[in-house]
Design a protein. Structure first.
Length: 262
């Protein structure tokens, strides 16, 4: 891919609680070394993980409730309010739990719901975790994830024309305009979105979470094995680190920045 190849942001999402509902955004500020605001700010511990909120360190996702193993999470509709820290969870249109995640009582209300309704999957008492500005990302760095919609369309072809909902990939940015799979060659390059700059640091290796339909909560596809058969790897999407502040939004152009000549 060259600097002439641009893409357009068509979708912008954050995931305040790991494994729960994506929240669509129109515009968002990016800061150096940070995720999207409140992205993966909380997680629900599934059994003792050793996570210390006073000295937060990365833990593998197997320590938390997650779609890769707990597809029933997709049947919940959750919303997080930044001003009140209130998480509201609905199922089938009805509120089933709510609580201020920055208070012991609020966390207890959320934990009680999962303790009562997710018993078969639990390895110990569920616990809402947070660690100041810690991000419960799948990787041990603060990143922004990007999915190329042309690659999603290519997966649909691999599956014989089956529709693939892009939110299966739980990305922060969804873009159109790049050729399928060309994003995988961007590792090490810098993306320009307005004043913001993001350095692509890693391909995303897909896990079984992508097999779960985000609308039906059914595990109905085999996306990682399909990628492996057709491409020889299970990569789809890229991680990037913010290296220059700026506001980004739906409709913005994503450009591959020309390397500076020394």
């Amino acid at each position: 891919m060259t600097a002439k190849d641009t893409a357009e942001i068509t979708g912008l999402y954050r995931y305040p609680i790991k494994g729960l509902t994506p929240e669509r955004l129109s515009r968002v500020p990016l800061q150096v070394g940070q995720t999207l605001p409140a992205d993966r700010r909380y997680a629900i511990e599934n059994g003792p993980s050793g996570f210390n909120p006073e000295a937060p360190e990365w833990k593998p996702k197997i320590q938390f409730l997650m779609l890769a193993r707990n597809e029933r999470l997709a049947a919940l509709d959750s919303r997080f309010d930044d001003e009140t820290n209130l998480l509201t969870i609905r199922k089938d249109g009805q509120i089933v739990a709510s609580g201020d995640l920055e208070t012991a009582a609020g966390r207890a209300a959320i934990e009680a719901y999962f303790r009562e309704n997710f018993q078969p999957e639990l390895k110990g008492p569920p616990k809402v975790l947070s660690g100041r500005d810690h991000s419960f990302s799948d990787v041990a760095r603060k990143v922004v994830s990007i999915i190329n919609l042309s690659s999603v369309r290519a997966i649909e072809t691999m599956l014989g024309g089956v529709a693939v909902h892009p939110l299966r990939f739980r990305a922060n940015l969804y873009v159109k305009g790049w050729p399928a799979w060309s994003e995988l060659d961007l590792v090490g390059q810098t993306l320009a979105i307005g004043q913001a700059r993001l350095k692509v640091v890693k391909r995303i290796v897909r896990c079984p979470a992508t097999n779960v339909d985000p609308e039906t909560a059914r595990r109905d596809l085999e996306i990682p094995p399909t990628l492996s058969r057709h491409l020889g790897h299970m990569d789809c999407g890229i991680y990037a680190e913010v290296i220059a502040d700026g506001e980004i939004g739906v409709g913005d152009v994503v450009a591959v920045e020309e390397p500076r000549l020394v």
